[in-house]
Write a protein that binds this ligand. Sequence first.
Ligand SMILES: Cc1cc2nc3c(=O)[nH]c(=O)nc-3n(C[C@H](O)[C@H](O)[C@H](O)COP(=O)(O)OP(=O)(O)OC[C@H]3O[C@@H](n4cnc5c(N)ncnc54)[C@H](O)[C@@H]3O)c2cc1C
Length: 391
Amino acid sequence: MAACAASARGLATHKKPQQVVIAGGGVIGCATAYFLAKEHGIGPTIVDRKSIAAAASGNAGGFLARDWNDGSPTQEMTHRSFDLHATLAEDLKKYGATDYRRLTCVAVGVDGRTAVQKPGGKKLENVDWADSAGVMGMRPMGDESTIAQVHPRKLCDAFVAAAKDLAGASVVEGCASGLREEDGRVTGLELSDGTCIEADAVVLCMGPWSHALGRPKTEKLGLRGDSDYSGWGLQNCPLVVGTKYHAVLLQAPRVLSQSVFFQGLGDPEVYPRPDGEVYVTGSPDPADIVRDLPGETEVRDEVCDQLVAKMNVLSSELKDAPINHKQACHLPSAVDGVPVVGELRSGAYVGYGHGCWGILLAPATGEALANQIATGESPFLDLGRFDPRRF
Ligand SMILES: Cc1cc2nc3c(=O)[nH]c(=O)nc-3n(C[C@H](O)[C@H](O)[C@H](O)COP(=O)(O)OP(=O)(O)OC[C@H]3O[C@@H](n4cnc5c(N)ncnc54)[C@H](O)[C@@H]3O)c2cc1C
């Protein structure tokens, strides 16, 4: 009862912001902009120091699974988000997000040594593009009712195009460097060039760089070639680490439609796309503070070559397939592995730390943040478990 009264008091005092600035144009920032525009008529300014989807959000696989997070803190967020993706597939088609599809997924256990010694030949039962050499077993991981995929970069671009169209959102290039606060309330986002964008609500969605704004003045992060992140202002913003992954995009001779998580040979994950590209990732580096600047993560050729060599062993159909792209990026994780989403202090909101599921969880996160910013509450998703003040 007391909690209800407090919540009602909170709602009564919540004022819908007029100007919202989002720092970070990854999938979380873009989704938040979209829901602010669509549900609340707010056209936010997105500030990114590189460009929209410059980091993980433009380089991810785009694989979505409805029930793999069951029993975890993100179960409800996952269900809500998976379902929202299906709605978005229709709503965002006219803005260029045309690649949503349902598909099947299996896990395949492989004895690497046998596979290497006897490559090629017989096809694996139920996966029409993989070979059977070295396969020790396989397990269905989902079908069209629980597995789907999107093209992450196209999704981000479509979120932004829709937010511009629906409520006049804008995108500016700039490096967020601090919050301007007056009388205990946020009044703007400061940029490293000394300017400030006025706002009555600021959202920090800077992926593995998000906590840089929250570190005490004295703690230098020492980002490579950069002194902008010396840190000030917003203390107690929880730490986030990044896990660097490489990926290669191969061009298959036809459209494939089964995702496979191999176990063995470095556990490559393979996500074929409806345009005939096949996304292959695996063999992560250890998690660490990210010191690369967004969009400038070094790509180590030897790691990409290993991913290609594994596919040559696992699939005679993909053997020697043209390599369209080699890339690397960081997936952001909070220190307790649970996304950090919600109000940090009056007028300051955060959304980051979604680990390997940021593309999947972006719609529910963006919807919840937009609702909280505009109305003071999140009716479709309890944000309690994700509270940034939990640390
Ligand atoms: C190899 C790989 C494959 C993945 N595959 C999948 C998948 O299949 N399915 C899935 O659900 N998830 C997947 N993920 C996870 C997903 O990509 C991430 O969780 C998600 O993209 C994180 O989004 P974000 O918006 O939090 O951060 P980011 O994408 O990192 O975006 C952060 C943005 O903030 C900007 N920025 C940083 N500092 C500043 C600053 N000071 N001022 C202004 N802007 C700044 C950056 O330029 C960047 O654009 C994958 C991740 C990786 C690495």
